[in-house]
Design a binder for this molecule. Structure first.
Ligand SMILES: *Cc1c(COP(=O)(O)O)cnc(C)c1O
Length: 429
């Protein structure tokens, strides 16, 4: 077997990483293993994970209950096609998802990633309207600073500027964008805040299949927390203008914001909802698109009488087992208390950043902490600084953000926030 240096050379020469150039000189770290909240590098160094591997590893790495459930499932069947066949992990997961998601959601479509769950949601909305005799409803309203994934349909509803997809704009369907809601979480939403949505619905209502939004938390498009009141009013307007509402809860689902699903902050329910990321506790890639019985029966009754999507690895039994086990672990834990504790500690721990002149804003919601800088950070410089402090964080643009596993101890979270404060303070000079 090659040594780590040789392996890293192959990595550098031949493997693409997310949103990166192969010729990049931003360092890449070789991971040997991970346990609890710690990522162990091949040089023996252990990093406290502040990212939950992009929102997903909520119970920590290498969890004994997750491992046991997956080993058991592995011995019975790791995969079987879902066309014409079914299995208990998928059925049990479906029962579980329907019992914890908002009431009107009654059916589930499984896919492999959050982006595809968004594609599926958009296709559901587009297939719904012709069956209702409204062929012309093919477009979507989306919010500036939204992020919904990297595939073409999902890209078309990402912010055209911050969404990193402007290169492709001529190849994508043109959607209707309204400003990012500036009313903060915890505040009410003024007429001025909601007016652009109402205007878009007035102007384009008849050609719109759905409004798509990340309720409460806009993730990769800007890590912004906005008013629950906006979400509530958006639901009302969608009813009023007869437009479907899609909630993309791929990032916010399964407790991260302090509610099981972020839409609960607004007591608003979607017609279609996407979940992914934390669903399997970060063990395997699985996403789901949930919808109402009205939508699925309408699609079934239209042309061609079926829903036009079907991934090869749909409802993979190992992934469904991971999801079922992860959701059970969440239920058995005191997750609300954990999130509350993390929120309080992030508030306290990151407060010193507020006084730094190169920091623009510090905001916390649930187990998400964001330090927004005045200028974009230099990844080549800042990531090694974090690693030197034994923490793993991956900022983007002006945003340094934390979303640790829910099981993180007080001591480890303290190490994490102290490292963030010290690294940011050192950036000042
Ligand atoms: C990450 C994310 C996606 C895309 O999920 P992938 O699994 O990366 O395809 C979609 N929507 C939101 C809100 C996300 O945060």
């Amino acid at each position: 077997m090659k040594n780590i240096g040789q392996l890293l050379k192959t990595d550098k020469d031949s493997i693409w990483h997310p949103y990166s150039a192969m010729s990049s000189d931003i360092p890449i770290y070789h991971v040997e293993s991970a346990q609890g909240v710690r990522i162990r590098l091949s040089n023996g160094q252990e990093l406290i994970d502040g990212m939950s591997s992009w929102w997903s590893v909520i119970h920590g790495y290498n969890h004994p209950v997750m491992n046991a459930a997956l080993e058991k499932q592995l011995k019975s069947m790791s995969h079987v096609m879902f066309g014409g066949l079914t299995h208990t992990p998928a059925i049990q997961l479906t029962e579980q998802l329907l019992s914890i998601t908002p009431e009107p959601l009654e059916s589930v479509f499984y896919s492999d990633s959050g982006s595809v769950s968004v594609e599926v949601a958009m296709k559901m909305a587009i297939q719904y309207w012709p069956a209702k005799g409204e062929q012309q409803r093919q477009r979507f309203i989306s919010l500036r600073s939204a992020y919904h994934g990297d595939t073409f349909g999902a890209m078309s509803v990402c912010d055209p500027v911050t969404g990193m997809h402007s290169l492709f704009s001529d190849a994508m369907p043109k959607q209707i964008f309204i400003p990012q809601p500036l009313c903060r979480f915890g505040s009410v939403c003024s007429r001025e805040d909601i007016a652009p949505l109402e205007q878009a619905l007035t102007e384009h209502g008849n050609e719109v299949a759905a409004l798509i939004m990340e309720p409460i938390v806009q993730g990769a498009g800007g890590m912004w927390f906005y008013s629950a009141d906006y979400v509530k009013q958006a639901r009302k307007l969608c009813n009023q203008y007869n437009v479907l509402l899609i909630f993309d809860e791929v990032a916010t689902g399964f407790g991260r914001t302090g509610k099981l699903f972020a839409c609960e902050h607004a007591e608003a329910v979607p017609d279609i909802m996407c979940v992914g990321k934390a669903m399997t506790g970060g063990y395997l890639s699985l996403a789901a698109t949930l919808t109402t019985s009205d939508i699925h029966t309408t699609i079934d009754s239209g042309e061609p009488g079926i829903f036009m999507h079907g991934p090869t690895f749909m409802a993979n039994p190992l992934a469904c087992t991971a999801a079922l086990t992860s959701i059970n672990l969440l239920h058995e834990s005191n997750w609300q208390q954990d999130i509350y504790r993390i929120q309080m500690q992030l508030q306290q721990g990151l407060a010193p950043c507020q006084d730094l002149s190169h920091v623009n804003d510090v905001r916390i919601l649930g187990a998400v902490g964001v330090v927004e800088m005045n200028e974009p950070v230099d990844m080549k410089k800042i990531v090694p600084m974090f690693v030197k402090e034994n923490v793993w964080l991956r900022p983007f643009g002006k945003l340094i953000y934390l979303m640790p596993p829910y099981i993180i101890s007080e001591e480890d979270l303290d190490l994490l926030t102290s490292a963030v404060v010290s690294v940011i303070a050192n950036l000042e000079t």
